[in-house]
Design a protein around this ligand. Sequence first.
Ligand SMILES: Nc1ncnc2c1ncn2[C@@H]1O[C@H](COP(=O)(O)OP(=O)(O)OP(=O)(O)O)[C@@H](O)[C@H]1O
Ligand SMILES: [Mg+2]
Length: 510
Amino acid sequence: MADQQEFFDHINEGYATKGEAITLGAAMLDGQTVRNALVKIPLKTMNRHGLIAGATGTGKTKTLQILAENLSDKGIPVLLMDMKGDLSGIAKPSPGHPKIDERHEAIGIPFDAKKFPVEIFTLSKQDGVRLRATVSEFGPVLISRILGVSETQSGIISVLFKYCDDNQLPLLDLKDFKKIIQYATEEGKTEIAREYGRISPASAGSILRKIVQLEQQGGDLFFGEKSFDTDDLLRVDQNGNGYINIVRLTDIQDRPKLFSTFMLCLLAEIYSTFPEQGDTGRPELVIFIDEAHLIFKEASDALLDQIESIVKLIRSKGVGLYFVTQNATDIPDAVLSQLGLKIQHALRAFTAKDRKAIKLTAENYPLSDYYQTDQLLTSLGTGEALVSVLNEKGIPTPLAATMLRAPMSRMDILNDSELKSLIENSKLAKEYNEEIDRESAYELLNKKIEIANQEEAKEKAEKERAAVRTGSYRRSSSRRRRSSKSSLEKVLTSPTVIRSVLGILTKMLR
Ligand SMILES: Nc1ncnc2c1ncn2[C@@H]1O[C@H](COP(=O)(O)OP(=O)(O)OP(=O)(O)O)[C@@H](O)[C@H]1O
Ligand SMILES: [Mg+2]
């Protein structure tokens, strides 16, 4: 019993906070929940990022839900990447359950059922607020990366962006982008070659094929207007609760490349638009990425490097990033080493490889006099986890096996009609879902081609009349000039070319 009192004091001292904090649950000793030995996360260190890991069905997504709703409760907006579509229930209060009451009785905190303000977003044609960005906003560097083109092709893309910039041709969607590539090798080839260097039709052809591939992946839905303003992620409702913004990604699961690109673009955009935060004692926005292994699965080394640096940098903007995945090893070491909060649910020891992973995971946690960490990892129940957070001084708190509180909102998803009415009542959906196709590169180039054709026809008719008069036909000499500079050289010397969000990043990293 003395042991228990000592443990109680150990936890209470270790998790004491001066500022605001989120209560996760109560610490457990020898499999028993120690009432009121509360495990808390200080809001002050929530921008220090985190990891929620554990075998399937152990409670990771519910832990994410608990964190999200408690942040919202404190007026902090949240962004959730919902891969499996299992988080919409946050918009409705929990119906309650005797098991939940039991859980909260053991922890020592009251259970209140509560709903939270939710906004549903989509990257595709699913119901929800459309998240879109224009091709111009992506910029040549990121577009090249998404398409996976070669160095030379990427040079051509940069040239064409520059051409469109110089000639006020907005690149909004993929239709515009395809049009300019065609134009550069057909009607516009002489004009473009004169100023920017010759564009090889073979390279242009392979860029076009890559764009068609992207369209087939559904990528075209993501490009266009109206482009999303990241400030809309920071809304707080009339009761002072932060909005929980849920991006439904159920239809993007099998396209990890598109997803990692989208994530990087979003993070870069947030980084470049959010102001630098001093020590405000609370985060501005917290982002959770469920099934986070998908971001890293097919990402190229270049993309990974960029993700790593943005994870490092975005902290100063008051943004916390939380990765949810089965195994900590799903996350690259460089990212893992930057995560301050760790919530480890149970692991299963089926194979030798599993046992090795468990040993490794255990070694990554602070030593504890109270636990045999590797054994504990396999014996945790559902909705229980090993927790270690950063205290307000930035030092890891004592390791605590924790009986987690239950979500205040519904653990089950919204039914179709609930979801529909949520979206129908959304102000943002009205604002962003209107289809706009304003005059852009596609229309402007078509006009230009038409005018050129008319002039050519006029010129030809005049020449024919003149030829009839003089009785002679002369072939017009080819006036094609060769540009002295190669396309790539021109681009590299152009100051306007690095303007994409990634361009900003590259500059910062220098
Ligand atoms: N904190 C909790 N309070 C009450 N019940 C919980 C809690 N956490 C988990 N559960 C129960 O465990 C079930 C599984 O949890 P959850 O869906 O979060 O698991 P998961 O680790 O995300 O699984 P998967 O890997 O399949 O996505 C929940 O449906 C719920 O019944
Ligand atoms: Mg889950």
